[in-house]
Design a protein around this ligand. Structure first.
Ligand code: PEP
Ligand code: MG
Length: 580
C-alpha cells in the first residue's frame, strides 16, 4: 500500500479500478483477448516489436552520425532491451496464459521493470527507468497506432489517473462512468477541479509523479476530503474508507430532506442558492438539488468539447436546454472565458508567456468580435424562452465594460433589424474577479444590473498565485485576509447601490465560509450543485446576527491560518454535523 499527498479539490471518497492516462495521453485499460484471438495478438505484438526496433535502429544510426557513437550507444541499449529474449518471453506468456491484450501486457511488464530500476540506490541506474518508459511508449505507439483511445468511450466505472487533463479531455469524458480524478500536476483552482466538483466526484490534483506505480485495472482510493490517494490499498484501508462512504451517504440522505425548503436563516432572511454549471446536462443536478436558478453557466466548455468553433445554432441549442429546464428561475449565461488554462482547439495564437495575464476571457472576446457576436446572438435569442441574464468575465476596466456593452447593443440592433425577438430588458452583469474591478467598484455598479464575485480568479490576481500551479498551492487561500477584504468591499458597494450581488467562486460551496459570506452581506451564493444541500443546511442553522459577528471578528485577524481555524470552530459550534 502506498499513500500520496496531493491537493484536495473536490470532496468525497471513491474506491475503484483505475484508468491510467500517461504523460502522452495514452490510455491503457486492462483488457483481455479471447482464446481464439491469441495467435493474432501475438503476431500483432511481434509486428510492433519489429517496427519499434527499426525506429530505434534508425535513430541510433542518425544520432551516431551527427553526435558520435557515444550518444548513439543510448539507442543501441534501447534496441538491446527491446529485443531481449526474456522480455519477449514474458510478454508472450501474459498474452498466452493470462489473455492480456498486448497493450496491457507491454504496459504492465515494462512498468514493473521500470519500478525495479527506480528503487535502486544508484542514481545512474534509477535514470534507466526513463529508458524503459521510452521503450514502453514506442511500443504502445506502434500497437495503438491511430487507435489511441481517449476517455470519451468508457463502458464501466473508473477512476481516471492522469499526468494532466486538458480542458477538452475533461469536457469530453463520459461523465456516467468517471467516478474520480487524480492528476500529477494542477493547482487548487484548475479546470479539473471545477469539472470534478460539477460532476460531484472526488478529485485530487498536484500529487507529483506516480503514474509509473500503477497500471490500468489496479485498485485505488481517492480521498477528495484530505487530498490523499491510496495505491494498492490493504483490507483495513478499504474497510475504513467504505465506512466513510457509508457515512457520507447517510448525511446526504439527511440533507436531501431539505430539498424543497427555502435557504432561510433561523431569523427569517431568505438566501438564494444558485447552481454553477459547465454543461447543459448539469441543469438537471440544479433542479434535483432545489437550486433557485443557474448563477454561473461557464459557456466556454461548449468550445472545449468541440473540434470546431460552435456555430450560433449549437450555442442556441445548449442555452435552450438550460433555460427551458429552469422554467421561470433565472439563468446567468457567462460569455466565453477562454484562454489561460481553458484553451480550445481553435487557431492557436502565439504562445503566451503569462496566459493568465494575457489575451483571456473578455479581452479575447473583444479581439474576436465575429465569434463573440455569434454567442451574444444565441444568448439573446434564448432570452425569450425564460429568465436569462448575461454576464461578462474578467472585466478589469470601465472602458472595457463599456466597449462590451456597446457590442451587445449593436447585436441587439442587428436582431431588431432582422425581426428576431429577444428580451430587451435582460439583466447585464459582470464578474468581479480582478482587484482593479474591486478598487473601482463604485463606478462599475453604476453601469451593470448585477455583479458576481469570482473568487477563483480574485485570489490568484490578489495574491499573485497561479491557480493551477501545485508548487504555489499553499499560498492560494480563500481565507486570506486581503481576499476577504476585497470581497467585503465589493459586497458593500453592490448592496449600497443596490444591485444583486452574487459570489460564484468555489469558496461559496465550502460550508466553512457560509457564515462569513452572509455576514459580509451576501444574500445570493452560486455553488456547484452538489454543494447546495450543505450550504442550505448552514443557512438554516444560523442567524444573520451570528454571521455578522463572525465577519466583524475576522476583520481584526491578520492571517489565513487563524481565520480558517476560527471559521472551522464557528461551523463546529453552529452546524456540528458538517464540520469535519
Ligand atoms: C472565478 O474566477 O471565481 C469563477 C467563478 O470563474 P472561473 O473559475 O471559471 O474562472
Ligand atoms: Mg474566473
Amino acid at each position: 500500500m502506498q499513500e500520496l499527498q496531493g491537493i484536495a479539490v473536490s470532496p468525497g471518497v471513491a474506491i475503484g479500478e483505475v484508468l491510467v492516462m500517461d504523460t502522452e495521453g495514452f490510455r491503457i485499460p486492462r483488457r483481455f483477448v479471447t482464446r481464439d484471438a491469441v495467435e493474432d495478438e501475438l503476431e500483432r505484438l511481434g509486428r510492433a516489436i519489429t517496427a519499434a526496433g527499426a525506429e530505434i535502429a534508425r535513430k541510433r544510426d542518425m544520432v551516431s552520425q551527427e553526435l558520435g557513437t557515444k550518444y548513439g550507444a543510448i539507442f543501441e541499449a534501447h534496441f538491446q532491451m527491446l529485443n531481449d529474449a526474456q522480455l519477449r518471453c514474458e510478454l508472450e506468456e501474459m498474452i498466452r496464459q493470462r489473455h492480456y491484450s498486448p497493450e496491457y501486457a507491454v504496459s504492465r511488464t515494462l512498468r514493473r521493470y521500470a519500478q525495479v530500476f527506480q528503487k535502486l540506490e544508484s542514481p545512474y541506474l534509477a535514470e534507466r527507468a526513463n529508458d524503459i518508459f521510452d521503450i514502453e511508449k514506442r511500443l504502445l505507439r506502434n500497437l495503438l497506432g491511430r487507435r489511441r483511445e481517449g476517455i470519451s468511450h468508457l463502458t464501466s466505472p473508473v477512476l481516471v489517473l492522469a499526468h494532466n487533463l486538458t480542458p477538452s479531455e475533461t469536457a469530453n469524458l463520459d461523465h456516467r462512468f468517471v467516478k474520480g480524478f487524480v492528476t500529477e500536476v494542477g493547482g487548487p483552482g484548475s479546470h479539473t477541479a471545477i469539472v470534478a466538483e460539477g460532476l460531484g466526484i472526488p478529485a485530487v490534483v498536484g500529487t507529483g509523479p506516480f503514474l509509473s506505480e500503477v497500471s490500468g485495472g489496479d485498485l485505488v482510493i481517492i480521498d477528495g476530503d484530505k487530498g490523499l490517494v491510496v495505491l494498492h490499498p490493504d483490507e483495513e484501508a478499504i474497510a475504513r474508507y467504505r465506512h466513510e462512504v457509508e457515512e457520507a451517504r447517510t448525511l446526504a440522505a439527511r440533507l436531501e430532506t431539505l430539498r424543497d425548503l427555502p435557504a432561510e436563516t433561523a431569523d427569517g432572511v431568505c438566501i438564494e442558492l444558485f447552481g454553477n454549471i459547465e454543461f447543459p446536462y448539469e441543469v438537471d443536478h440544479c433542479i434535483a438539488r432545489g437550486a433557485n436558478g443557474v448563477g454561473l453557466y461557464r459557456t466556454e466548455f461548449l468550445y472545449l468539447g468541440a473540434d470546431t468553433e460552435p456555430d450560433e445554432e449549437a450555442h442556441f441549442e445548449a442555452y435552450c436546454r438550460v433555460v427551458q429546464t429552469m422554467g421561470d428561475r433565472p439563468v446567468t449565461i457567462r460569455t466565453f472565458d477562454l484562454g489561460a488554462d481553458k484553451v480550445p482547439h481553435l487557431p492557436d495564437p502565439e504562445d503566451e508567456r503569462n496566459p493568465f495575464l494575457g489575451l483571456r476571457s473578455i479581452r479575447l472576446a473583444l479581439r474576436n468580435l465575429p465569434m463573440f457576436r455569434t454567442q451574444l446572438r444565441a444568448i439573446l435569442r434564448a432570452s425569450v424562452l425564460g429568465k436569462v441574464q448575461v454576464m461578462f468575465p474578467l472585466v478589469s476596466t470601465i472602458l472595457e465594460l463599456r466597449q462590451t456593452k456597446m457590442v451587445l447593443a449593436d447585436v441587439m440592433e442587428d436582431l431588431d433589424e432582422h425581426g428576431v425577438k429577444f428580451d430587451r430588458n435582460l439583466a447585464v452583469g459582470m464578474m468581479v474577479e480582478v482587484p482593479s474591478a474591486v478598487l473601482m467598484i463604485d463606478p462599475f455598479v453604476e453601469e451593470v444590473d448585477f455583479i458576481s464575485i469570482g473568487t477563483n480568479d480574485l485570489i490568484q490576481y490578489t495574491l499573485a498565485v497561479d491557480r493551477s500551479n501545485k508548487d504555489v498551492a499553499g499560498l492560494y487561500n480563500s481565507a486570506d485576509p486581503a481576499v476577504l477584504k476585497l470581497i467585503a468591499i465589493a459586497v458593500k458597494a453592490g448592496n449600497r447601490k443596490p444591485i444583486p450581488v452574487n459570489l460564484c467562486g468555489q469558496m461559496s460551496g465550502s460550508p466553512i465560509y457560509t457564515m462569513l459570506l452572509l455576514g459580509f452581506g451576501l444574500r445570493q451564493l452560486s455553488v456547484t450543485p452538489s454543494a447546495i444541500p450543505e450550504i442550505k443546511k448552514v443557512c438554516r442553522s444560523v442567524t444573520i446576527e451570528q454571521c455578522e459577528a463572525v465577519a466583524s471578528r475576522i476583520g481584526s485577524m491578520e492571517n489565513a491560518r487563524d481565520i480558517k481555524a476560527y471559521l472551522k470552530g464557528e461551523l463546529q459550534k453552529h452546524v456540528p454535523e458538517l464540520a469535519q
